[in-house]
Every structure is written in C-alpha cells, then in structure tokens.
Design a protein around this ligand. Sequence first.
Ligand SMILES: [Zn+2]
Length: 197
Amino acid sequence: MSAVIALHEFNYLSPHTSLTHFLGDSAHDNYAFYQWLDTKDILPIIKLNQKKKGRRELGKVEITYAPDGTPICLGEPMVYNGYSNNRCRHKWRCAICYSKKRRLENPNHYCSDSPYGRVVYTKCHDDLRLYPKVARQSNSWTRLYSQRPAVERINKTLMIDDALETTRLRSQSRIYWHIFASFVLIHLKAQVAFTAR
Ligand SMILES: [Zn+2]
C-alpha cells in the first residue's frame, strides 16, 4: 500500500524526523494500516470508510455500537467523555444522564443505579480502527483533521499543476528532484502569500 511505502521511504530519507500523527482520508481506513501505525507509534487521524462494517460485539449486555464505534445505551448514542492516558481507554457517558435538560425531559429514564448514569469504556486495542487514541468524536480529532484539505491541495499542486501525474520522467532520482522542486515552489508561494497578508 502506497502510504506504507511512502512513510517507510520518508523514514529512510529523514531518520531524525519523527512523525506523531498521520492524516488520511477514508482510503487509508483499513485494519492492517492501523496496526502498522500502532507499531510505529504514529497516531491515526483517518476518516472512517462508512461502507465498512461496524465493530465486533464485546459481549456486554444492552450496549450496542453504531457503525462508527459509538456505544448506544437504550437506543441513544452515548456522549464521548475523553481519553484517560493512564488507563489507556476512552470514556463514554449516557447521553440523557449527561445533560440536565434531557434528564428533565425524560423523567422515567433509568440506565444505572447511579445518578451519574451509565458509563462505558472502550480501549484502543479493542479495535484500533474504531477507537484510535484521538477519538473521532473528540474536538482534537476535528481540529487535526481540518488540516487534511491542505494535504489534498498539495497533492493536487504536485500531481496536476506541476504535472507529476503526466511526467515522462522514469528514473526514481529524477522523480525525486521533480518533487523536490515542486515543494520548493509550494514553500515559496506560501511565503509570498504570507508576507503579502
Ligand atoms: Zn442514563
């Protein structure tokens, strides 16, 4: 798969640059890739391919799971309540108990003996694809993934504007130079746009 090859080559060419996150569209959404990123300690920020099936059942009663991994308690998708670093797990709370307003609207709602409401935990290793360390339901994920269009713009500049897609160059080193020159150009344009602001 091309992302694995690209990351491998990147690591080979600049071994001192460590990658913390990988921003990918849903074409990168497959288990083998999550497992590979996990072994490299790279956090996946990858959009779900909605056509794929949801998670496997964990054997708990009453809780079902939406295709994106969100636990569903009594028909209500639960609210994402953060990642615990020391216990390596995501916390989910009953949506009705979580909100004062909704609790008043549902006076007969009962999901747990505690007024705090039902709590479900999911671990990253339950399912690396549905429960990456940065959960898709969190604000951090949204903030990080919002940078993905920039990746698409760079791909477009490289492939179409700078004609890498239709290049007649064949040797790998020439292709590297073509890409290198494109990136220099992208940086220069960005510098000009930045100083012109
Ligand atoms: Zn509840």
